[in-house]
Design a protein around this ligand. Structure first.
Ligand SMILES: Nc1ncnc2c1ncn2[C@@H]1O[C@H](COP(=O)(O)OP(=O)(O)O)[C@@H](O)[C@H]1O
Ligand SMILES: CC(C)(COP(=O)(O)O)[C@@H](O)C(=O)NCCC(=O)O
Ligand SMILES: [K+]
Length: 273
């Protein structure tokens, strides 16, 4: 039996899957690849991809932060397979993670399952070591930077416009700024580089701010985990700032912690549920 895992974000729908029985690979119990579809191409591209991949999903678990209509659309696209769908919302606790949000159900479900995936993925690979503090940065449509304490409690996080949204906002909100296509450099000497450097600095600065705050609060060097479609464009800037902040580690890049969280959830649920 094929179980689909769906991370419906504001730019793209990311899809992973697991097959029946135990998956013996490292980390999360899912196949280690994902597909990604833009909202506009979904209706044509998803059925085509399922056909080509030879997948006939009978079960699906998903998070959705792209509006209620997206759940209806995906439900209709998967109905021909007789696929039963569960949309996961944020809760006060799940698979060892506790939700410290004032109103736990208001936390974006993608952020929540990303924390669940990161925590359980770490436990599975840690071989009995004490858990570190995790700072989880997701670079999607929006950027989020969330902290998980050594007991698995989500203690809060940032939301800021993502890289492309920041760049678009400058073009839309001014008379003379273009939709920039420059490079992030230390001392930009032209408009396009000035914008891209400013945006990269804001993105990386948010990450390092949370990493420093978590280090001060817990007295240990947090493990920084990064994901999301816009990550590669910000990676160098984050690496530079982390080094300047005294970090001795490499950023841990994770393909999709949300799909990982959904995979752990599917694994832990009885087949009939
Ligand atoms: N092929 C692509 N299609 C769309 N966005 C892409 C692509 N490659 C990189 N990106 C970047 O990734 C961001 C979307 O990342 P993603 O993690 O899918 O976001 P979300 O979860 O919000 O849908 C876009 O804002 C863009 O900056
Ligand atoms: C912050 C988000 C917009 C991120 O979505 P994304 O950029 O991944 O599409 C999403 O998690 C969301 O709508 N959250 C609800 C509010 C909150 O988490 O507090
Ligand atoms: K997302």
């Amino acid at each position: 039996m094929t179980t689909l895992l769906i991370d419906a974000g504001n730019s793209r729908i990311k899809i992973g899957w697991r097959r029946g029985g135990a998956y013996a690979g490292p980390g999360a119990p899912r196949e280690p690849v994902q597909a990604a579809f833009g909202h506009d191409e979904l209706a044509g591209a998803l059925p085509q991809w399922l056909r080509q991949a030879g997948l006939r999903p009978q079960r699906a678990w998903g998070t959705n932060v792209a509006g209620a209509a997206m759940e209806i659309r995906l439900g209709e696209l998967l109905r021909p397979y007789g696929c039963r769908m569960s949309w996961i919302r944020s809760t006060p606790s799940l698979l060892g993670v506790a939700n410290g949000y004032r109103d736990p159900e208001r936390l974006g479900a993608d952020r929540w399952l990303g924390l669940v995936g990161t925590w359980n993925g770490w436990l599975r690979q840690a071989g009995g070591q004490a858990p570190p503090v995790h700072v989880l940065a997701h670079f999607g449509t929006a950027t989020t930077v969330d902290t998980l304490d050594p007991a698995g409690v989500f203690t809060g996080g940032l939301i800021l416009p993502g890289r492309d949204m920041m760049r678009r906002a400058l073009a839309a909100g001014t008379a003379d700024l273009p939709h920039a296509d420059g490079r992030a450099v230390p001392f930009p000497d032209n408009t396009d580089d000035a914008i891209m450097s400013g945006v990269a600095a804001a993105q990386a600065g948010a990450v390092v701010r949370q990493w420093l705050a978590a280090r001060a609060r817990y007295g240990q060097e947090p493990r920084l985990v990064a994901s999301g479609g816009a990550w590669s464009a910000i990676a160098d800037e984050v690496a530079h700032l982390m080094q300047a902040a005294g970090s001795t580690q490499h950023v841990q890049v994770v393909d999709n912690p949300v799909l990982d969280g959904l995979a752990f959830l599917a694994e832990s649920s009885p087949p009939s549920s």
